[in-house]
Design a protein around this ligand. Structure first.
Ligand code: S3P
Length: 191
């Protein structure tokens, strides 16, 4: 296990598109009552347009800049604990990986490729998967990103076959342990 060194007491969900970050984030929010911040939603609100439109009008780099900005602001405003659900590509920048770990307990939600494809197939809101061969795109991006998810996370969770409630319960248990081993006050979700 890696040494905990985060300054904030957030629970941060990372992982590939379609691995359930938003759903599990909502579940954790319901169970714990902490505010839920979804970085994609913050970006859409700030930009006043959808992620697909940002990609189409300004390109991926502009989207990544906005993503970095949201993470920096979350790091600096100091408000915690919160549940933070992130976009799947947030780990692509080293500065974001570092900031995510400073934000709290980072959980990597994983799912097999066929599950990812099933969950994302009918949804056209993810510009990176609007290709002739989404399966190839998913495999390529996963191969590139897995080392980053690994490096950034304190916990890896295989979500296949689990309900979002079960996943959230597992995260809560391990978060209690993680924050309990730190000097700063841990979050105390209702039992
Ligand atoms: C992206 C994932 C999306 C969104 C954007 C780019 C990615 O979020 O941020 O479409 O690069 O993997 P979800 O992981 O919530 O789908």
């Amino acid at each position: 296990m890696q040494t905990p060194h985060a300054d904030h007491s957030n629970i941060v969900l990372i992982g590939f598109m379609g691995c359930g970050k938003s759903t599990v984030g909502r579940e954790l929010h319901t169970m714990m009552g902490y505010p839920l911040v979804d970085t994609d939603a913050v970006i859409e609100e700030f930009a006043g347009k959808s992620i697909s439109r940002i990609f189409a009008d300004e390109g991926e780099e502009t989207f990544r800049d906005l993503e970095s900005r949201v993470i920096r602001e979350l790091e600096h405003d100091g408000a915690s604990p919160r549940i933070i659900a992130t976009g799947g590509g947030i780990v692509a920048r080293a500065e974001n990986r570092e900031a995510l770990r400073q934000l709290g307990y980072v959980v990597w939600l994983r799912a097999p490729v066929h599950v990812i494809l099933n969950r994302t197939r009918r949804n056209t809101s993810r510009p990176l998967l609007q290709t002739d061969d989404p399966a190839d795109r998913v495999r390529t991006l996963l191969a590139e990103r897995e080392p980053w998810y690994r490096e950034t996370s304190h916990l890896q969770l295989d979500t296949a076959g689990l309900t979002s409630r079960e996943i959230a319960t597992g995260i809560l248990e391990s978060a209690r342990y993680f924050f309990g081993t730190r000097k700063s006050s841990p979050p105390c979700p209702p039992t």
